[in-house]
Design a protein around this ligand. Structure first.
Ligand code: ASN
Length: 656
């Protein structure tokens, strides 16, 4: 029995291999009308009465009664529509640039994720091989989505693969404050062929567009949904034709569809709208050994009219430091040409601070494009340069900030510090936060945090203040940086705060409220690993700090939350050592802590005994006639341990 729950998806069919047939001339070319009628003939894609085997295989019983009814009535295959779309009650109204049309709808069997997807394939008048795509086509696609935004749950664009990554990047910028799922897909082999990837790509796209609210432009291919502006076409042969080297997939299609909700961008804070202009005066230039300043000068010459260029550099953003080359860049950028540095490496980012060669490019006015792809950087340049309100300096500034999750923001000065370097992580994160704050606050924050970069920093219009944290993953990164600091403060001072922090970290990260998820794979920060993170110099954990502060309720709370009793600080001491030593301040509090720590498996370390540290404390207690403290040491180390500790001290100071 077919479910009544339907999602509505508008399919914009622009061309590409997916709908091609062998033409008379021999080569593959798109053929009008073919794709929709092919889909209509396949029960996977069209099952209006829920009569297909796919709709009747949820149990042996369902399958048996379906086969019996088929043999009684004769097998039926979906029939071609006999009514013109205007009279077909199931046709969907599609708004066009000059009015509206009705398009026959197709409806899938029910997906395992729960819904049937009703979709209209709106075939563009001029179906193209995507190598013929133009920026005007991107504006048309974006405008068509805008016109039909309210009537559909999601949008699917069928497109050739050759320029799919360019189109995905351009659309990601043109669709401003997007709140619905937009998917681009295509195929390496046409749907007309027996063996094809078109079926998988189409079904995965329909399933995702129909079931998940992912407010991004996605590129779905070979069972992966990538953020579109992170992709490149990496193979002209494989079904796995697209790669997103710098960002893991947003969703993976397997037995289930696993959405990485923590990576999904938050919907825009303003109503959806479409930007309908792109600057055509952009270009790419690939650096190669021997490239001359004259060639660059000719390429970027004032007469050529170039306003922005992507400079594809080596490695982490490097190029030759020949003055005749650098001066060609410098002259162009002084004329207002915006130059953005993108690495030729498919994986990794430009970090122009690392090498002198990279620094020389930055000094010549070329801004870092971080880990953007060339396709994306070009689209972003073209989008930003089409906004008359932005100066070249503002465009430069925005190029290195994420607007649609297209780049991974990085700290102004990359460092090679260890992942446990909390200070560096904090500094990096706060600078990212500042970059995304409203302009007025950003200026003030710059003064406070990075006075050296304030001079001449352009102020950006408020609508470019990106939401940050943009994803749950960003939020987790922020937590990972801030939490160790907060935990250590709370551990020594406030039980209430510590309880709140521990509770907040113990709860699994929630998926965005807007998602209609059926399965999630959300990541959480592991509480025990944060609790046991040692401070940089002292190597003390929150448990050390709670013990040092003599805060036994916090010790208990930390122990029950997964704090380790075995971490030793820079002096080689575990929390147990300090707990006993706290006896000098309060024997009762110290005893409580020692009991709790021992119950959790704490023991003094061999080194603490051998170096005389314990022996010294025991002797001090004896001298001060503090039998209660001596008892605590016995409780912590055992009689035997105390004896060994005293003997070790005696040996060290030469007393027998
Ligand atoms: N040339 C085709 C296109 O981009 C390639 C494809 O779709 N697989 O339209």
């Amino acid at each position: 029995m077919a479910s009544e729950i339907e999602a509505r998806v508008l399919v914009l069919y622009t061309g590409g291999t997916i709908g091609m047939l062998k033409s008379e001339g021999g080569g593959y070319a798109p053929h009008p009308g073919f794709l929709a009628s092919n889909l209509r003939s396949q029960a996977r894609f069209y099952d209006p009465a829920g009569e297909s085997v796919f709709a009747n295989s949820e149990s042996v019983g369902a399958f048996k009664s379906w086969s019996a009814s088929r043999s009684r009535s004769g097998a039926s295959t979906p029939t071609p529509p006999h009514l013109p779309p205007e009279q077909d009650p199931t046709a969907l109204r599609v708004e066009t640039s000059d009015g509206h049309i009705y398009v026959h709808s197709l409806v899938t069997p029910r997906f395992a994720q729960g819904k049937r997807v009703r979709y209209a394939v709106w075939e563009y008048e001029n179906l193209i091989d995507s190598s013929e795509i133009e920026p005007s086509d991107w504006i048309r696609i974006a405008s068509d989505i805008e016109r039909n935004y309210h009537a559909f749950d999601g949008f699917l664009i069928l497109h050739g693969t050759d320029t799919l990554a360019f189109t995905a990047s351009a659309l990601s910028f043109l669709l401003e404050d997007l709140g619905k799922t937009v998917i681009l897909t295509g195929a390496q082999i046409p749907l007309s062929q027996l063996f094809t990837d078109a079926v998988d790509n189409l079904l995965a796209s329909l399933a995702i567009a129909g079931h998940y609210l992912i407010p991004e432009v996605l590129l779905v291919f070979d069972n992966m949904a990538f953020r579109g502006n992170r992709c490149i076409k990496a193979s002209s042969e494989d079904f796995h034709a697209f790669q997103s080297f710098n960002l893991p997939p947003i969703a993976e299609v397997g037995i289930d569809i696993e959405v990485a909700w923590s990576q999904v961008l938050r919907p825009g804070p303003r109503p959806f709208r479409v930007h309908k202009k792109l600057c055509a005066d952009v270009a790419t230039l690939r650096i190669f050994p021997g490239i001359t300043g004259a060639a660059v000068r000719a390429f970027l010459s004032a007469s050529g009219g170039i306003r922005g260029a992507v400079i594809e550099t080596y490695g982490a953003g490097n190029a030759p430091r020949r003055e005749e080359l650098l001066s060609a860049f410098r002259e162009a950028s002084e004329r207002g040409v915006v130059l953005v540095n993108i690495t030729q490496c498919p994986t990794g980012a430009v970090a122009s601070d690392i090498y002198a060669t990279g620094r020389a490019l930055a000094a010549a006015g070329i801004v870092s494009g971080a880990d953007m792809t060339t396709e994306c950087a070009l689209a972003k340049l073209s989008y930003l340069l089409s906004k008359p309100e932005l100066s070249p300096d503002q465009v430069r500034k925005l190029l290195s900030q994420p607007l649609r999750g297209e780049l991974t923001p990085s700290a102004p000065v990359p460092t090679y510090s260890s992942p446990h370097d909390v200070d560096t992580r904090l500094r990096a994160l706060f600078s990212q936060l500042i970059e995304c704050a409203p302009p007025q606050q950003r200026a003030a924050a710059h003064k406070a945090v990075r006075p050296q970069v304030t001079a001449g920093d352009p102020v950006l219009p408020p609508e470019y203040s990106a939401t940050w944290p943009a994803t749950l993953a960003d939020e987790e990164a922020l937590k990972a940086a801030v939490m160790p600091y907060l935990l250590s403060q709370a551990a020594s001072q406030s039980t209430d705060l510590l309880r709140t922090l521990v509770a907040s970290l113990d709860t699994p990260a929630l998926p965005p409220v807007t998602s209609q998820l059926t399965s999630t794979s959300s990541s959480t920060l592991a509480l025990p690993s944060l609790l046991n993170e040692a401070a940089q110099t002292t190597l003390q954990t929150p448990l050390h700090l709670a013990v040092l502060a003599g805060n036994s309720p916090n010790v208990d709370l930390l122990l029950s939350s997964g704090a380790s009793v075995h971490v030793r600080d820079a002096h080689g001491h575990s929390p147990l050592f300090y707990a006993v030593r706290h006896g000098a301040t309060s024997v009762d509090e110290a005893r409580k802590m020692v009991v709790s720590l021992k119950a959790a498996g704490a023991h003094l370390g061999e080194l603490e005994l051998e170096t005389g540290a314990v022996g010294l404390e025991v002797c001090k207690a004896g001298k001060a006639a503090e039998p209660a403290i001596r008892d605590l040491w016995v409780e912590a180390a055992g009689e035997e341990g105390v004896k060994r500790a005293k003997a070790a001290l005696a040996a060290l100071v030469g007393v027998s």
